[in-house]
Design a protein around this ligand. Structure first.
Ligand SMILES: Nc1ncnc2c1ncn2[C@@H]1O[C@H](COP(=O)(O)OP(=O)(O)OP(=O)(O)O)[C@@H](O)[C@H]1O
Ligand SMILES: [Mg+2]
Length: 579
């Protein structure tokens, strides 16, 4: 095994530690299984020499008892062994999935903008399942078969070391193909798992984009995509089977050489009388019994290699560094006042700078409207305040604290975000509103809904607040979805409000109402509002015009209008109808 495999194995082994007692019980039971085979091989000698050849009647009565006794011993050992090793296998997988999930939810947004959801799901489901073979099947079989093998080798050597030696001469010849096949299998298994990730990715994309697919009549194209991803998985599996199926026949042929050698040598000695027939058959039985576990062990190696390939993928996710995380001793703050300062912030998602030396000072309770062309960096500013990303240079302060010094939890407790992408959970309306404060009372939930002008439509739904909304809230309209998101933010009662196009999906009338509600809400809170309507912008204490990641104008509506420039252009294009 290469060093890398050894490390992988040690890492997997680490997961077995909490279940060591189950595994030890199983190991002891596997010795029970192994010993019955060895006892059987050993008993062949008295059976032939004393019973068949010498005709000992007293012994004959014991034979049926022995047969049943051995079967019961083997059967009960097998039961205990399988049960304990398989439950430990599942427990280990459960721990792995839990660790993966916890790590994944803690990874930063940067990680999520790089990785497809389908591929990540495949890691937790498919890759961990492939590892199942290593922790359950392989543990069962490897333990049982290696113990059996050792016991049988012992019996063979004890009975006749020379013949046993001849039989084992072939072992080194077995090693080369086993290693080679294992390597191929690991390689193709890794690619197969990658293809499986591609497959789940196609699924995820298809199901979440089904409306677009239908509206562009792209069903056939997606069908082809799926078929080709599916075929690519099959191709890798076929390669694995090609090598896996080859391993047993190779061992079979190589072991035939060993058996032929033993027979050639043993028959000669038995015929010349230097060895009893019983001894000959006893050694032969041990040797023949030995090849079966040997063959199985090589198959196990194949499975093990597949599991290694999968665990490499699983551990690569676990090793993914968490970019945005709490400092040791991060500050847990209570309710903040909401003074926000951007100090020469530079930020890029990839390489292209998105914010350039961005500086801005906001006093507690101020309402800041962020306006600017699409792609200017408005949502990015909101994202940085939420610490979804850390800037490459420069600092963002809230109440004088560098965001990176605060615990993420206490920071986010002070923020209420209504995002440009409205997301609702597949749950009741009530639970969606109270998502940020699960302990909120009925009345608090109703109040928040009322303020967001959501209660009217909620009460008209068949089950009111207990109406289950479908996946991602697709069963309600865009404007309704947005009002639920606003209610969710209102309920949170945070000192800093981040509203990213929060009312963009509302008609003018309900927007005016929600605006009024938000107006009440904004009172006494620092608010950043990315807005596309003049009414919102006019109420702001400061309008910040962002262009290409920089502030190009800042001030009140009439001041900016008087300056001309980008604001006036935006005003002419977007706002004028309203005024
Ligand atoms: N996850 C991401 N990865 C890479 N680039 C991104 C990502 N999100 C946004 N960008 C880029 O960053 C720039 C600023 O995007 P941002 O979303 O902040 O714009 P915006 O001002 O909110 O625009 P809009 O008014 O259209 O919402 C854009 O050029 C965009 O392409
Ligand atoms: Mg945006």
């Amino acid at each position: 095994m290469k060093e890398k495999n050894v490390n992988l194995y040690l890492r997997i082994l680490n997961y077995t530690r909490p279940y060591k007692w189950r595994i030890i019980v199983s190991l002891v039971a596997s010795m029970g299984v192994a010993s019955t085979d060895a006892i059987l091989a050993k008993l062949v000698q008295p059976f032939i020499d004393r019973l068949i050849v010498a005709g000992d009647h007293g012994l004959a009565q014991w034979v049926p008892v022995m047969v049943i006794g051995l079967a019961v011993l083997k059967g009960s050992s097998m039961y205990v062994q399988r049960y304990f090793v398989q439950t430990s296998g599942q427990l280990i997988l459960m721990d792995l999935r839990n660790d993966l999930f916890r790590h994944l939810v803690n990874l930063s947004m940067r990680f999520y903008s790089r990785n497809s959801v389908g591929v990540l799901m495949s890691r937790i489901l498919n890759d961990v399942n492939v590892m199942q073979s290593v922790v359950s099947d392989v543990l069962v079989a490897a333990m049982r078969d290696s113990v059996t093998l050792i016991a049988l080798i012992g019996v063979a050597f004890y009975t006749d070391w020379q013949m046993a030696g001849i039989a084992l001469l072939v072992l080194p010849a077995v090693a080369a193909p086993v290693v080679l096949i294992g390597r191929k299998i690991k390689k193709y298994s890794g690619r197969g798992q990658e293809a499986m990730g591609g497959l789940t990715s196609v699924l995820e994309q298809t199901f979440s984009g089904i409306k677009v697919i239908k509206s562009f009549s792209a069903e056939q194209r997606e069908d082809n995509n799926f078929r080709s991803a599916n075929k690519s998985y099959y191709n890798f599996m076929r390669k694995i089977f090609k090598y896996d199926a080859g391993s047993s026949p190779i061992i079979e042929v190589i072991s035939a050489f060993g058996i032929a050698g033993v027979l050639w040598y043993g028959l000669d000695r038995a015929l010349s009388g230097s060895m009893t027939q019983g001894q000959l058959f006893s050694v032969l039985a041990a040797i023949l019994l030995m090849y079966a576990p040997l063959k199985r062990l090589t198959r196990i190696n194949n499975q093990l290699q597949q599991a290694f390939a999968a665990s490499e993928r699983v551990f690569s996710v676990l090793d993914e560094p968490i970019n945005v995380q709490d400092k040791p001793g991060a500050l847990h703050v209570g309710r903040l006042n909401g003074a926000v300062t951007f100090n020469e912030v530079n930020f890029a998602y990839v390489e292209e700078p998105v914010l350039k030396d961005f500086s801005l000072q906001v006093s507690p309770g101020e309402i800041i409207a962020l306006v600017g062309p699409s792609g200017a960096g408005k949502s990015t500013l909101i994202g940085l305040m939420s610490r979804f990303y850390d800037p490459q240079s420069g600092t963002i302060f809230i109440d004088g604290h560098d965001l990176r010094d605060l615990s993420q939890e206490s920071l986010r407790n002070n923020l209420a975000l209504v995002d440009q992408e409205t997301f609702l959970f597949n749950d009741t309306l009530r639970n969606n509103i109270s998502y940020g404060c699960p302990s909120a009372s009925e009345d608090m939930i109703f109040d928040a809904a009322r303020l967001a002008y959501a209660d009217e439509f909620i009460l008209s739904m068949p089950n009111g607040y207990d109406t289950e909304i479908g996946n991602r809230g697709l069963n309600i309209s865009g404007g309704q979805r947005q009002r639920i998101c606003i209610a969710r933010a209102i309920l949170k009662d945070a000192p800093i409000l981040l509203l990213d196009e929060a009312t963009s999906a509302l008609d003018t009338e309900s927007e005016a109402k929600v605006q009024m509600a938000l107006g009440n809400l904004m009172h006494g809170r620092t608010t950043f509002v990315v807005a596309h309507r003049l009414s919102t912008v006019m109420h702001a204490d400061k309008i910040v015009v962002v262009d290409q990641g920089q502030i190009c104008q800042i001030g009140k509506h009439h001041e900016l209008l008087a300056q001309g420039g980008l604001y006036q252009k935006l005003y002419n294009m977007q706002f004028q109808d309203e005024s």
